[in-house]
Design a protein around this ligand. Structure first.
Ligand SMILES: [Zn+2]
Length: 393
């Protein structure tokens, strides 16, 4: 239902580097690939599938005997997510048609997410990519109504079609709510972008509308809870709980969209030279404790491994250093905690703005060597410092 393109993903554009982030980047179980796009299903989906099966079985039981009714109810759960799946696929196919690479499609507890490599270059394309998802659901709902009205089908089939028609209508309409991170928010964003000529204005506006939609969602849930707890009991509270979950999802997404724009504002101000740490050069065989002592003496924030001629060979990983207990530091050589320098880890000291972000994205690492045009080492750029600059600390 939502789809992300960097740097709208909420993280700082330089983020996503350490080995931990690699794991976090895998959003669920890989179910297969379609048109080369990996399809993931979050483990939470299986829980929801069981819940949907149990809840829907109550209705199915009126027309089919047990245990077959469970199979029919489970079929509904699968078809329901099939509707979400075609929604996401529709975003993905449209994005691909415009030449934007699609990273993945993920189905999770609140629907789905299509991760697109780049942002749409024009508001028109942005509009079409966002609209493609809900459009498919509305078309499916229309087809369901048509089938239901025209074909003489058995009761089970009619019940499934009714339920699916309603589900697609709900998915389609819900996603058209006008705030980010929902598709409707992307439509609003595209319209404001077109009207003002700046995508930033559209995103900030649609982000604030998203926050309003989140609050509206919570109020609607509270209203349902108040009016339904009298008779029937549980349903009202379930509605409140569910709307609170959906509202927080929208609120967080809207806030991230607004924050991503503010982060983006800082990009042109980034300068590797200004963020650089002074580096102490040591040979690989120097004990870590001694390398740290020399770095402290030089007031340096980084240790670079060099050969006897001063040619840089490796970068000592700061995290690995802090993770090494003090009593072991005299017995480990600095070279053991270093990563060899290849071309991607060497950046010109004068690199700034988008170029800097692009370089970090191309070769994710925790530290980079900064060199002067004549090849001399200027210092070390630590990604944690770049992240801090984004956070505005
Ligand atoms: Zn969508």
């Amino acid at each position: 239902m939502t789809h992300s393109a960097p740097p709208t993903e909420g993280r700082t554009p330089a983020g996503g580097t350490g080995p931990d982030d690699d794991r976090a980047a895998r959003p669920g179980l890989l179910m297969g690939r379609l048109l080369g796009v990996p399809i993931y299903v979050s483990p939470s989906w299986f829980l929801v599938a069981v819940l949907v099966t149990v809840m829907f079985e109550g209705q199915v039981h009126d027309v089919v005997t047990r245990p077959l009714s469970y199979l029919v109810a489970f079929t509904y759960a699968v078809l329901l997510y099939g509707s979400v799946f075609v929604h996401e696929l529709s975003h993905a196919v449209t994005a691909r048609a415009f030449g934007l690479p699609v990273r993945s499609v993920t189905l999770h507890i609140l629907g789905g997410e299509t991760s697109i490599e780049r942002e749409a270059p024009t508001p028109g394309r942005e509009f079409l990519i966002a609209f493609a998802g809900p459009l498919v659901n509305l078309v499916l709902a229309g087809l369901g109504l048509l089938l239901h009205a025209t074909l003489p089908l058995p009761d089970v089939a009619l019940l499934l079609i009714e339920a699916l028609t309603f589900a697609n209508l709900l998915v389609g309409v819900f996603n058209l709510l006008p705030g980010l991170p929902l598709d409707g928010g992307r439509l609003v964003r595209a319209i404001v972008w077109k009207a003002t000529g700046r995508s930033r204005n559209g995103a900030i506006f649609a982000g604030w509308v998203g926050r309003a939609v989140a609050i509206g969602c919570l109020i609607a849930g509270a209203y349902l809870a108040t009016y339904n707890t009298g008779e029937g009991g549980g349903i009202g509270w379930l509605a409140l709980l569910w709307s609170a979950l959906v509202a927080s999802f929208i609120w967080v997404g809207a806030t991230q969209a607004i924050r991503a724009e503010r982060v983006r504002d800082r990009i042109p101000l980034l300068s590797a030279r200004r963020l650089a740490r002074r580096a102490t050069l040591v040979t690989a065989d120097v004990p870590l404790a001694e390398a740290i002592r020399r770095a402290q003496q030089d007031h340096a924030g980084a240790i670079v491994i060099a050969d006897h001629d001063g040619k840089p060979l490796g970068l000592v990983n700061e995290k690995a250093v802090t993770a090494t207990p003090e009593h072991r530091r005299p017995w480990i050589s600095a070279g053991d905690l270093s990563r060899g320098i290849d071309d991607h880890l060497t950046l010109p000291a004068d690199i700034t703005g988008e170029d800097l972000i692009e370089a970090l994205r191309r070769a994710p690492a925790t530290e980079y060597l900064l060199v002067e045009p004549d090849g001399r080492v200027y210092g070390v750029l630590a990604v944690t410092d770049v992240d801090r600059a984004f956070a505005g600390v």
